[in-house]
Design a binder for this molecule. Structure first.
Ligand code: HEM
Length: 164
């Protein structure tokens, strides 16, 4: 089923055009990598504030309000460039376990970041001092960053996993 979809997608005019225009894929990959840098650094700034390791001159709300648009904006760029990379060579990603692992990790990471902000805003900003719930939120913040790192590893691994 997914292989038939890959064959159909690879025959579409868009896929043929991307495949026959030498500069498109390298340019899209470059945009993908630039967006990765923005999403990782923005998530890091939010997590460092949640952990109270940096940015404590501002409240968690202020830091999240400043960086969350960058996270969501660069995720949109990643989704568009990622989709174009899939269209360019569907078989390379859609029948690739590293790609699907990455998509699962990404769903978890986005849920964690949005969930954290909601919990964080309610717990820390009102009390502004560590509490058991705060400690749990900080632990999740710490782990969430490694989830994003795992997405990068899975993304890079796509190129090394055999795709039939
Ligand atoms: C939002 C949805 C996303 C889609 C659909 C997507 C899709 C893709 C695809 C198809 C590739 C090319 C793999 C290849 O042919 O080798 C790729 C590469 C990659 N992706 Fe994503 N991606 C997405 C988000 C992300 C995110 C959020 C990150 C990290 C924070 C990420 C990190 C990477 C990395 C590190 C590579 C390898 C880049 C390279 O070596 O050129 N991607 N992605």
């Amino acid at each position: 089923m997914i292989r038939a979809f890959c064959v159909w997608l690879a025959a579409t005019p868009l896929s043929v055009m991307i495949g026959s225009t030498r500069w498109v894929v390298p340019m899209v990959q470059t945009l993908h990598i630039l967006a990765i840098a923005i999403v990782l650094s923005s998530v890091l700034m939010i997590e460092l504030r949640v952990l109270e390791w940096a940015g404590t001159s501002q409240s968690t709300n202020q830091v999240a309000r400043r960086f969350l648009p960058w996270v969501l904006g660069s995720l949109a760029v990643l989704a568009i460039t990622g989709a174009l990379l899939i269209v360019s060579e569907p078989q390379r990603s859609l029948v690739n376990s590293a790609f699907w692992l990455k998509m699962c990790l990404l769903a978890l990471a986005v849920t964690a970041v949005l969930g954290l902000q909601r919990a964080q805003w309610r717990i820390v900003s009102s009390q502004e001092k560590p509490s058991p719930a705060g400690v749990a939120v900080r632990a999740i913040a710490f782990l969430t960053f490694f989830l994003w790192v795992a997405i990068v590893v899975a993304g890079r691994w796509i190129a090394y996993v055999e795709h039939g």
